[in-house]
Ligand binder design. Structure first.
Ligand code: FAD
Length: 449
């Protein structure tokens, strides 16, 4: 872990993807600067640059594992700060495809923590690393490049205080982690490169979230309840106990059917979920704040992995590459996997080869994109190509979800794939196929709703 000859890396954006990238860059660069337009203090409060942080942020088991590898002891630290932890199937009430999953051990960790607290815990650890510095209240406005534009050699930033002049920050490697609003496609064009092709899926998702205090024992041994939207009942929602003895409730609707933020409308929407638990639990709960909304119109995947020309000295991570329908809770895990990939590429002991790294990024985001797209296309109104293979997969997943009502091993198999622990073909292991057909045929259960 000794810094190599490389001197300085600059990370644009200090949210989860930027922090995780900075963590691995610190092993390889003498100096790592993280630039963000927000003042990034030690506290775990919501901030303007990450409005999504007020909403439920589930950390998939794979993301949890990578975070713990990057920051040993992080789970214990968060638990000591009051974050509940349990098993993803044994301590949760899950309803997917209209089927309430039977509870049972999955071996997958459910770490229940609010997004601001998780981000601030990660940030504290990153800024404690040698050579890492956060420069907040600065807008990134562009890149600087070598005379022939073949290499990015730094970033242009402007302070957010009156009268600030543009500053140039030289760097051996610049990493774009500015999220879904990233201007990298435009910056690339200004340097004479093609922008990436974009894949888009209109999902019209709306979120509304509110915090509550629950009566003691309201959830028994459980920590989380999730009712996923289905084509028959496109209203979904979930609640999770989080640190501070609070419970965060997020309601979600797809294709424009969005939860209202008035207290009464919020409660009525919760009553429309397949799983009655969320509404029932809220009836006796004490609201701690007013509901807040978030709109997510479309998922976008930038195909940087397909570009045949890309400048040296530049990489991109997180939502700047691919923003996924938030309902599936994949974003932070993808950012973690991309940071781990960056680590592997930098460990080769030579300057990063961006196109090789971006091909790995394409593979990582591709798996998550395919899973999300498969689920989105089960809604007939979502535009996209449906093939015989995708229809067969949809049928199999519906049978599996139906079987998971009675067979916790099927619930476990489903969660291992959707948590990105196992690759999607694991759903077709003979044991899974036989169990799901047997469970489905013997009970023939129809989805609720
Ligand atoms: C409603 C919602 C719910 C979600 N739920 C989940 C979930 O359950 N589980 C999960 O894993 N993921 C979830 N996600 C996704 C998750 O929030 C992101 O994937 C994750 O935050 C990683 O994003 P990022 O760091 O790439 O970008 P962001 O979090 O968007 O951060 C971008 C950062 O860049 C800064 N920035 C942007 N532009 C500039 C600029 N020009 N100059 C300076 N700074 C700039 C911003 O201030 C911000 O700090 C959800 C997303 C949404 C929208």
């Amino acid at each position: 872990m000794t810094p190599t000859h490389r001197d300085r890396a600059v990370v644009l954006g200090g949210s989860i993807a930027g922090l995780l990238a900075a963590r691995v860059l610190a092993d390889n660069f003498a100096e790592v600067l993280i630039i963000d337009r927000d003042p990034l203090g030690p506290e775990g409060a919501p901030r303007r640059g990450t409005p999504q942080a007020r909403h439920l942020h589930g950390l998939l088991a794979r993301g949890h594992r990578v975070l713990e590898e990057l920051f040993p002891g992080l789970t214990a630290e968060l638990v000591a700060r009051g974050a509940p932890v349990g098993d993803m199937l044994a301590n949760t009430r899950l309803c997917f495809g209209g089927h309430r999953f039977r509870q049972g051990p999955s071996g997958l960790t459910a770490l229940c923590v609010s997004r601001p607290t998780l981000e601030s815990a990660v940030r504290r650890r990153v800024v404690a690393l040698s050579g890492v510095q956060v420069l907040g209240r600065r807008d990134v406005v562009g890149l600087t490049a070598s005379r022939d534009n073949r290499r990015v050699v730094g970033a242009r930033v402007i302070g957010r205080t009156d009268g600030s002049a543009e500053e140039q920050l030289p760097a051996d490697l610049v990493v774009d982690a500015t999220g879904r609003g990233s201007r990298l496609p435009i910056w690339l064009q200004s340097l004479g490169y093609l922008p990436p092709e974009q894949e888009r899926v209109s999902v019209g998702v709306g979120y509304a979230s509110r915090q509550y205090r629950l009566p003691p024992e309201a959830l028994g041994n459980d920590l989380v309840a999730i009712s996923a939207p289905t084509p028959a009942r496109p209203r979904g929602g979930g609640l999770s106990l989080i640190e501070g003895g609070r419970c965060l409730v997020t309601l979600m609707g797809v294709l424009g059917d969005h939860p209202p933020i008035g207290a009464e409308g919020f409660a009525r929407f919760a009553a429309d979920l397949v799983l009655p638990d969320v509404h029932e639990i809220l009836e006796d709960a004490e609201p701690l704040d007013e509901p807040v909304a978030y709109r997510y119109p479309l998922s976008v995947r930038n195909r940087y992995d397909r570009l045949t020309r890309f400048p040296d000295g530049l990489a991109v991570v997180g939502d700047a590459v691919c923003t996924l329908n938030p309902i599936y809770g994949q974003g932070m895990t993808i950012a973690a996997l991309e940071a781990a990939a960056l680590h592997r590429h930098l460990a080769k002991g030579r300057p990063l080869r961006p196109r090789e790294y971006l091909r790995d990024v394409g593979r990582i985001s591709g798996v998550a994109w395919a899973l999300a797209l498969g689920a989105d296309l089960s809604f007939p109104e979502v535009k996209g190509t449906r093939t015989p293979a995708s229809r067969l997969l949809g049928l199999h997943v519906r049978r599996l979800q139906s079987g998971a009502e009675h067979d916790a091993r099927l619930g476990r198999a489903f969660l291992r794939v959707t948590s990105l622990m196992d690759p999607p073909p694991a759903l077709f292991r003979p044991s899974v196929v036989i169990r799901s057909m047997t469970a489905h045929d013997s009970r023939g259960s129809q989805p609720a709703g």
